[in-house]
Design a protein around this ligand. Structure first.
Ligand code: FDA
Length: 317
């Protein structure tokens, strides 16, 4: 949780190439990473996708990668998504007008956003290619939120994408001071917003610090989205946030088709199944690819229990 005393250390480590090399070379067992990342290869993630769909969940797959340093890496990311969307098409799920069960989550930093000289334009071009292929495959696209220095740029690119692909979704992070206003601005008809607490290390000038303040902000943002006209996507493992989502949805007259709960692959799996059994729309976020380090470290930072599991595996139990 956000009160984990090691959170700042782990989030700094998530950005360190030196520690990445050490951790990747260490005896960190594959089985530990696969608890959060079903595999590096597309066939592994599709195996997980098929079983999640069979259990009644919807999915959003993320090809892992962020903060690239050359345009060729962005091309690799685009190719990975095009191939994944082809695999989606081979699932032959019926097209629906309502909530789509298949989604891809993309990170603009993996598509070029952070490159100097035209990075944002490159990210927009690359995102368009993915949106076009997703539309043809009957899948939704979500643009993930990264650290606060990218928020304005990301929201501008999403606005641009939505002119052509109105159902492109994005993520707002409740830990940022700006987010309640962003929720109000982006809760119009047809919008899809994923609300999460936020996974990066952010300074007090821009972000609430500590679990209590972040949770309070999450609840305010959630209410704004539920009272709005868009489609709220409640991304949290926190029982208090899930209960609030269900209560606010009922208060706003929303049925189970009018919002969804989202959780990460490998976290609270039993709870995800329980919600499905209750008739709630649940989407599981499934990452895949070789570049698991940053994602994995952010999961460790969230939960001391994950960390203890990790340390135990490092010392060989
Ligand atoms: P938090 O970490 O505060 O935990 C609260 C409570 O949840 C715990 O006290 C416990 O009860 C329960 N819980 C949490 N983990 C558990 C576990 N492993 N087992 C059992 N119980 C557990 N971030 C971002 O910055 N940009 C993004 O685009 C996204 N996208 C995204 C998509 C989806 C689908 C999810 C679920 C999350 C994200 N995030 C994200 C990450 C998000 O910002 C946040 O870091 C994590 O979800 C952790 O916050 P929680 O809301 O889960 O609660």
């Amino acid at each position: 949780t956000l009160t984990n005393p090691l959170r700042p250390v782990l989030l700094a480590a998530a950005r360190s190439e030196r520690i990445e090399r050490t951790v990747s070379r260490s005896r960190l067992t594959r089985s530990l990473v696969t608890r959060f990342v079903p595999g590096a290869a597309e066939d592994k993630v599709m195996e997980a996708v098929r079983s999640l769909l069979a259990s009644g969940r919807s999915i959003s797959v993320d090809y892992l990668g962020e903060d690239i340093s050359e345009a060729s890496e962005a091309d690799k990311t685009v190719r990975a998504y095009l191939s994944l969307l082809d695999a989606y098409r081979r699932l032959e799920l019926p097209h629906t007008d309502g909530a789509r069960r298949l989604e891809v989550s993309i990170k603009l930093s993996a598509l070029g956003q952070s490159l100097p000289d035209g990075g944002e334009e490159l990210a927009l071009v690359n995102a368009r290619i993915i949106c076009q292929a997703a539309a043809e495959a009957g899948a939704w696209v979500n643009v993930d939120a990264e650290d606060h220095t990218t928020t304005d740029s990301t929201l501008a690119i999403v606005t641009e994408l939505r002119r052509e692909f109105p159902d492109v979704a994005t993520v707002l992070q409740a830990y940022l001071h700006r987010t309640e206003a962003d929720c109000a601005a982006l809760s119009g008809s047809g919008s899809r917003i994923r609300l999460c607490k936020g996974a990066y290390q952010e300074p007090a000038e821009v972000a609430f610090q500590g679990k209590e303040a972040v949770d309070a902000s999450y609840l305010r943002c959630l209410r704004v989205l539920m009272q709005g006209e868009g489609y709220p996507m409640v991304a949290s493992h926190d029982p208090a946030m899930i209960a609030a989502a269900q209560a606010y949805a009922a208060e706003a007259g929303r049925g189970t088709e009018d919002y969804e709960i989202q959780m990460l692959f490998g976290i609270r799996e039993g709870e995800q199944d329980r919600l499905v059994a209750e008739g709630v729309t649940v989407r599981t976020y499934v990452p895949f690819g070789d570049d698991w380090y940053g994602y994995f470290m952010r999961r460790l930072a969230e939960r001391p229990a994950n960390l203890i599991f990790f340390l135990r595996s490092l010392v060989g139990r």
